[in-house]
Design a protein around this ligand. Structure first.
Ligand SMILES: [Zn+2]
Ligand SMILES: [Zn+2]
Length: 213
């Protein structure tokens, strides 16, 4: 595959991403690499508004290398708050990035062989024995991070291109009301009407399933 421009991870980006992430580990930078690779292949830049890119990560919950997803968020600008990243909890180390304007997309997956080699390294054997990542000797972590940041992407990832990926567009709403029962603000799309009153979904259930007075 020919890629016009391949983005290198700068020391500054790595440092900022590590601050955002909270500790130094190899999986977060792996997410940075996957995010930049996907953007380079699609020829797009980092999401600003939110709607221009959509990301799907296949990380599940509470398993090794979940930190991958934070690197993806930092690199692509697809974030939980902007709502342009979704998690498909499949327990895989994959990112699909979609350019919503052209509907072109790319799925980037970590190569099994490479992941297997990493899992046998001291970083993961120590992590498995219960040592948290921020307590590890920098000598154990730094070479692994350096490797992830600089290794040829072809040794790390497989990529698959899609010319027309299904894109779901969501308009941002500014409509909100006061729930008739708990009096909290709730986005109208997340309310239901009952006997002329608007309720948040929690209060709606309480009203709808309430025993007769
Ligand atoms: Zn981490
Ligand atoms: Zn309520």
């Amino acid at each position: 595959m020919n890629i016009d421009h391949l983005t290198a991870i700068t020391d500054e980006e790595l440092k900022n991403a590590q601050y955002f992430h909270g500790h130094k580990c190899p999986a977060m930078p792996q997410g940075l690499r996957a995010g930049h690779l996907a953007m380079d292949i699609l020829g797009v830049s980092r999401a600003q508004g939110g709607g221009e890119l959509q990301a799907i990560v296949e990380i599940g919950d509470h398993h090794f290398s979940g930190c991958f997803a934070d690197g993806v968020q930092f690199a692509t600008g697809c974030t939980f708050g902007k709502g342009n990243i979704t998690k498909q909890p499949l327990g895989k180390f994959a990112l699909t990035l979609i350019d919503t304007a052209t509907k072109r997309a790319v799925r980037v997956t970590a190569k099994y062989e490479r992941m297997k080699v990493c899992l046998d390294m001291p970083f993961f054997t120590l992590r498995k024995s219960g040592v948290p990542p921020f307590k590890l000797d920098p000598e154990v972590v730094e070479p692994l991070i350096d490797d992830v940041v600089h290794r040829d992407w072809k040794e790390m990832f497989d990529v698959k291109l899609f010319d027309e990926y299904p894109v779901e567009k969501h308009e941002e709403t500014f409509e909100a009301v006061e729930c008739a029962h708990c009096k909290e603000m709730v986005v109208t799309r997340y309310t239901k009407e009952l006997e002329g009153q608007r309720y948040c979904l929690v209060c709606f259930d309480a009203q709808a399933f309430r025993a007769k007075d």
